[in-house]
Write a protein that binds this ligand. Structure first.
Ligand code: ZN
Ligand code: ZN
Ligand code: FE
Length: 752
C-alpha cells in the first residue's frame, strides 16, 4: 500500500484489527509502502480485508491497495515490526490536523487528567508538519523533544492498544507545553490561568496576539467595531477582509448562508477559512469585510481555540500575525518584537513552531470545494500526477502568492503559502521552505523550473542554482497546472485569465487562449494589448487603466467624454497619464484580463484606487446584479475570435450605458456576461480549428465566483468538457504544479 500512513495511527489500527479478527502476522513500513502479512482462516482474512478499507483511520490516505496469497509461515501472534530508517524516509509526514472528538471530550471532562489542557492530542489529531524538523518522524526530531513524557503519557505512547500509541506530540499538564501571558513589553503576567485572563482582555477590546499551530494570529472580539478598526489601523490593512473564527456551525449560520458542501468544508479536518455569503443585515460590524458579500469563516481547530470560544465568544476576528503582507510571525521572541506595535498582549506557548504555515482558504463553487490558499492542513500532502516524473524536479513558482513544489515519481509536494516575494523576509522563507522540504522528503532535485519573468525574485534565485533549468511561460504553467490536476495529458484549450505574467514576446500577458499540453503551446488568441500607464502604479490606480482603455476605444475623442470618474480627477493628472499612454512612456503593453476588470471598475466610478491586490475587480464582482442578463452583442461580434480579441467595442458599450444612467450593478453584470461570451466564442473558434473539445480554466480571474460559474456553464452548454481547479489554487499559488508538469515533459532536453 502507498500513502500517508505514518503518524496517523495506521499500524496500531492494523494491530487492533488483526487482534479482533484473530489473525497472526505482522505490519511493516517499507520503502514501497506498508506491508501487512496475516494468516488464519480464509473467512477471517476476508473479514480483515473488508474492514481494512472500511474502518481505515481518518488520517490515513491510502493511494493504492493490492494483495496476494502466500504460504502460511506459522506465526502465532500479530506484531508491529520496527521499520528500517531508509524505509521511514520515504513515508510521508502528515499535515497538521484539527483536534479530534475523542480529545475534545476528554478536554471537557473535569475527571480527565487533561481537563482544559490546551495541548491535548492523539494519533488521530494534533500538530504534525509544523513541529517536524527532520525525519524519521519521531519525537526527538520534533519540537516535542524538550518535553520528556511523564509515566502515564509514556505508558499511552508505548501501548499499541492505546489511542496515543506513537502519538509523537503526546503530552499532559504534568509533562507538556504550557501557556503564558505577556504584555507588549514582554513582561510576564503572573497568573494561574493565562487563558481566562486572555479572554478577559479580549472582552475589554484589547488586541491579542495568539500563538497557534502554524504561527500567530491577531485576535479581537468580532462584535467590537472600535477594536476591529484599531486592528486595521495598526496592521496597515485598510480594507482587505479579516477572517473570523466562530464557535461552531450554528454560530456560522447566524452570520452566513451555508449549504451542505460549505458545511463539509468548514468541518473538514483541514479546518480552512471558508468564504461564505454573509447574511443581511449584518450582525457584525461592516469593518470586518467592507464592501464584500462574503465573510471568511473558520471553526476552532486547536484545543486552545475551543477553550477560547466555547463559553466566551460567538466570533473572533482572527487575522494572520504580521504587518501588511510580511510572512506570518511564528517564534515567541520574533513575535514579541515584530508584533509589539500591533498587539496589546501575547498569549504564548512553549511548543515551538518549526514551520510557519498560514490558514488555508477554500470556497465552494459549482458545488465543489476549491482551495484558494493551500497551506495548513493540506501541506505536505502531495498532489498526484497521472504519470510520474523521471527525475526529481524543483519548481520555484511565481512572485505573488508564491508556493514551491518538489516532485518525485507521481507525487508533487507543494509547499505552504509563502506569499509575495517582494520583501527580504519572504525570500528567506522561500529558501527555507525549499531546503526543509528537500530534507524531510529526501528529494534532491535534478531539474529546476522557474517563471520566465527575469525580475521575479524566484527567477533570480533559480538562475543562481547549479542545476539544469527550464524557464516556463507563466500562463503555460497555469494551463499545465489545471491539466495535471485533472490527470489530462492530451492537448487542451486553455482559457487562462489572469493578472499579469511575462510573455514569450516580452510583453505582459494575462488574457490568453492557449492551445497545447505540457510539452508546448500555441497562443491562439489574446485580449488586444493596451498600455499599462506607469506599470505598477496602474495596478494601484485602476483609473489609469480606465483612461488607457478609453484612449484605446476612442483615441483623441476620449478627452471630450464627460465621465464621472474623470470629473473627480484633476485635468493635469489625466493629461500626464494620457501623455504616458500616447508616447508609450513607462507604459508597457498588456493583454491582462485582470486589468480589464480594474478598468471597468474605475470607468463606472466604483473604485479608482486600491489598497490591496485585486480590490477593484472584487468590488466589481460584488456589485453584480445577477438578474441583469443583457449582453453587449456588438462587443462580442466585434471582438474577433482569434489573434487579438478587441475590447474597444466592449468599452464603448459600457460608456454608452453609463451615459444613459444605467446602474453600476447592471453594467457590471453586462460586462461580466459579455466578457464570458467573448472567450466562449474564442474557445469555439479554437475547437473548429484544432478539433479539441476540452477547455481548461486557470488564472486569478476565476476567483471571481460569478464569472467562474457563468464561464463554466456557458462552456458546458457549448458542448465542452471543462477542467477546473479544486486541489490547488487557480491563482499563482498553483503555478508550481504546472511548472513541474512542463519540466517533466521537457526533461529529455533540459536547458542549462
Ligand atoms: Zn485526538
Ligand atoms: Zn504527561
Ligand atoms: Fe498567474
Amino acid at each position: 500500500m502507498d500513502g500517508i500512513v505514518q503518524g496517523v495511527g495506521f499500524r496500531p489500527f492494523v494491530f487492533r484489527l488483526a487482534g479482533e479478527c484473530g489473525l497472526a502476522g505482522f505490519v511493516n513500513n517499507g520503502s514501497d509502502g506498508v506491508t501487512i502479512e496475516v494468516e488464519g482462516a480464509p473467512a477471517r482474512v476476508e473479514a480483515f480485508r473488508d474492514r481494512l478499507s472500511s474502518e481505515c483511520p481518518p488520517l490515513a490516505r491510502v493511494v493504492e491497495m493490492c494483495h496476494q496469497e502466500i504460504q502460511p509461515v506459522g506465526d502465532l501472534k500479530f506484531s508491529i515490526k520496527l521499520s528500517d530508517p531508509a524505509a521511514e524516509a520515504t513515508t510521508l509526514i502528515s499535515p497538521d490536523v484539527t483536534v479530534c472528538d475523542d480529545c475534545l471530550r476528554e478536554m471537557l471532562d473535569p475527571a480527565d487528567r487533561r481537563f482544559r489542557y490546551p495541548f491535548i492530542n492523539c494519533t488521530n489529531c494534533g500538530p504534525r508538519y509544523t513541529i517536524v524538523e527532520g525525519i524519521p518522524y519521531d519525537r526527538p526530531l520534533t519540537s516535542m523533544k524538550v518535553f520528556p513524557m511523564c509515566q502515564p503519557c509514556a505508558e499511552e505512547y508505548h501501548d499499541p492498544a492505546d489511542r496515543r500509541f506513537h502519538a509523537q506530540p503526546n503530552a499532559c499538564p504534568a509533562c507538556g507545553p504550557s501557556l503564558s501571558l505577556r504584555d507588549k513589553n514582554g513582561n510576564l503576567h503572573e497568573s494561574d490561568d493565562p487563558l481566562s485572563e486572555a479572554v478577559n482582555l479580549l472582552r475589554h477590546g484589547y488586541i491579542l496576539a495568539l500563538r497557534g499551530v502554524g504561527g500567530f494570529h491577531l485576535a479581537v472580539e468580532a462584535g467590537n467595531d472600535a477594536a476591529v478598526r484599531e486592528l486595521r489601523r495598526r496592521k496597515g490593512r485598510a480594507e482587505k477582509p479579516f477572517a473570523l473564527m466562530v464557535r461552531d456551525v450554528a454560530s456560522a449560520e447566524k452570520l452566513c448562508h451555508i449549504d451542505e458542501s460549505e458545511k463539509t468544508a468548514l468541518l473538514s479536518r483541514q479546518r480552512p477559512i471558508v468564504l461564505l455569503r454573509a447574511r443581511k443585515p449584518r450582525l457584525l460590524p461592516e469593518s470586518i469585510a467592507p464592501g464584500n458579500r462574503f465573510l471568511g469563516v473558520m471553526l476552532p481547530y486547536t484545543p486552545l481555540h475551543h477553550l477560547l470560544l466555547q463559553s466566551e465568544f460567538d466570533a473572533l476576528v482572527m487575522t494572520s500575525g504580521n504587518f501588511s503582507e510580511e510572512p506570518i510571525a511564528f517564534g515567541n521572541d520574533e513575535a514579541l518584537q515584530r508584533l509589539a506595535p500591533l498587539a496589546d498582549f501575547f498569549l504564548l506557548h512553549d511548543r515551538e513552531i518549526l514551520q510557519r504555515c498560514d490558514d488555508s482558504i477554500v470556497r465552494v463553487a459549482i458545488g465543489e470545494p476549491r482551495v484558494i490558499r493551500r497551506s495548513r492542513g493540506y501541506v505536505p500532502e502531495p498532489v498526484f500526477l497521472l504519470q510520474g516524473v523521471t527525475q526529481p524536479i524543483l519548481a520555484c513558482g511565481g512572485e505573488l502568492k508564491n508556493t514551491i513544489a518538489l516532485a518525485r515519481g507521481r507525487a508533487v509536494f507543494l509547499s505552504q503559502h509563502i506569499g509575495n516575494l517582494d520583501n527580504p523576509s519572504a525570500l528567506a522563507f522561500f529558501e527555507h521552505s525549499i531546503s526543509h522540504l528537500q530534507e524531510i522528503l529526501r528529494i534532491q532535485p535534478e531539474l529546476l523550473a522557474h517563471d520566465m519573468h527575469p525580475e521575479y525574485l524566484s527567477t533570480k534565485w533559480a538562475v543562481q542554482q547549479r542545476l539544469p533549468k527550464i524557464a516556463v511561460q507563466h500562463h503555460h504553467a497555469h494551463l499545465a497546472a489545471v491539466m495535471a490536476e485533472n490527470g489530462v495529458t492530451e492537448p487542451t484549450i486553455g482559457l487562462i485569465l489572469d493578472g499579469t505574467g511575462y510573455g514569450t514576446d516580452g510583453t505582459i500577458w494575462g488574457g490568453e487562449v492557449l492551445v497545447g499540453d505540457a510539452a508546448g503551446f500555441e497562443r491562439f488568441a489574446w485580449l488586444e494589448p493596451v498600455p499599462l500607464p506607469g506599470g505598477a502604479a496602474a495596478i494601484k490606480q485602476p483609473w489609469r487603466m480606465a483612461l488607457s482603455c478609453l484612449e484605446h476605444a476612442y483615441g483623441k475623442a476620449c478627452e471630450s467624454l464627460d465621465l464621472p470618474f474623470l470629473r473627480n480627477r484633476g485635468s493635469e493628472e489625466t493629461a500626464v497619464v494620457l501623455q504616458m499612454i500616447r508616447k508609450r512612456l513607462n507604459a508597457p503593453l498588456t493583454s491582462s484580463c485582470g486589468r480589464i476588470f480594474d478598468a471597468i471598475a474605475a470607468l463606472i466610478d466604483l473604485r479608482g484606487e486600491v489598497t490591496f491586490e485585486a480590490q477593484a475587480a472584487i468590488e466589481l464582482e460584488m456589485c453584480v446584479d445577477p438578474s441583469e442578463d443583457t449582453i453587449y452583442a456588438r462587443a462580442i461580434s466585434a471582438a474577433n475570435e482569434r489573434d487579438a480579441i478587441s475590447v474597444a467595442e466592449l468599452v464603448r458599450s459600457v460608456v454608452s450605458d453609463l451615459r444613459v444612467g444605467l446602474s453600476q450593478s447592471r453594467i457590471s453584470a453586462r460586462f461580466h456576461r459579455s466578457l464570458v461570451e467573448m472567450f466562449v466564442q474564442a474557445a469555439i473558434a479554437s475547437r473548429q480549428q484544432t478539433g479539441i473539445n476540452r477547455v481548461g480554466l486557470s488564472g486569478g480571474v476565476y476567483q471571481n465566483s460569478f464569472f467562474f460559474d457563468l464561464m463554466q456553464r456557458r462552456l458546458c452548454e457549448s458542448g465542452f468538457e471543462v477542467l477546473t481547479h479544486r486541489q490547488v489554487p487557480t491563482n499563482d499559488g498553483g503555478l508550481a504544479l504546472g511548472q513541474v508538469a512542463i519540466a517533466a515533459a521537457s526533461s529529455g532536453s533540459p536547458r542549462s
